[in-house]
Design a protein around this ligand. Structure first.
Ligand SMILES: C[S@@+](CC[C@H](N)C(=O)[O-])C[C@H]1O[C@@H](n2cnc3c(N)ncnc32)[C@H](O)[C@@H]1O
Length: 189
């Protein structure tokens, strides 16, 4: 099979703009797969910032980074992603190559602790502010858990209303799979 999964596809898009020394934000670090990818792509001179509301996710991510010797350039915040503007240095505004969101719950964790439309939308507004021209925001969306469809619909509605003069927005999904996850990609012009 050559078609990528949603998560592989997010990495493939992100890899197109990430450069050594680049800056990235993982808005939902979870078990750290995406954070590790962002750290590897931006390298020792890069900067990666990660957020999660669960201590378990922060710990799992930190362990994964240390295990791969990629923890030096990563700063993890144990808080909601909608607080990113309180946590990140102001000079990051307009300078971030990639922001990744992987919504839903922590795999192998507490399935009740899911991302919520209200905070997700606030975080997305902040995320696109941080993007540099040509930067990408990827959002993996899930509909199979309670609240997932509503969140996905609200995110797509929000993204559809972004002015095309400033953003290009694409939405990818396998259309012949029940409750298939989908991927939103926002490019800042
Ligand atoms: C699907 S997982 C992320 C997977 C992760 N990207 C990886 O590579 O392993 C979703 C994560 O979002 C986190 N989350 C839920 N609400 C959040 C919020 N308001 N701010 C930041 N993270 C949140 C959950 O705790 C969970 O760890």
């Amino acid at each position: 099979m050559i078609l990528p999964s949603i998560l592989q596809s997010a990495h493939q898009w992100a890899a197109k703009v990430l450069v050594p020394g680049g800056i990235a934000i993982d808005a939902t670090v979870g078990n750290g797969h995406d954070t590790l990818f962002l750290a590897q792509q931006t390298g020792p001179d890069g900067q990666v910032f990660g957020f999660d509301i669960q201590k378990q996710a922060i710990d799992n991510t930190y362990k994964r980074l240390v295990h791969n010797n990629q923890h030096h350039q990563v700063k993890l915040f144990h808080c909601s992603h909608h607080q990113m503007q309180e946590k990140l240095p102001e000079q990051l505004g307009g300078n971030v190559h990639v922001v990744m969101f992987n919504l839903g719950y922590l795999p192998r964790g507490n399935h009740q602790l899911v991302t919520k439309p209200d905070t997700t939308l606030k975080a997305l507004e902040a995320a696109i502010y941080y993007l540099m021209p040509g930067g990408l925001c990827t959002v993996a969306l899930y509909t199979g858990h309670p609240g997932g469809q509503t969140e996905s619909d609200q995110v797509i509605r929000w993204a559809s209303s972004l002015p095309s003069r400033h953003y290009q927005v694409m939405w990818q999904q396998f259309v012949n799979r029940h409750q298939a996850p989908s991927l939103l990609i926002i490019e800042k012009r």
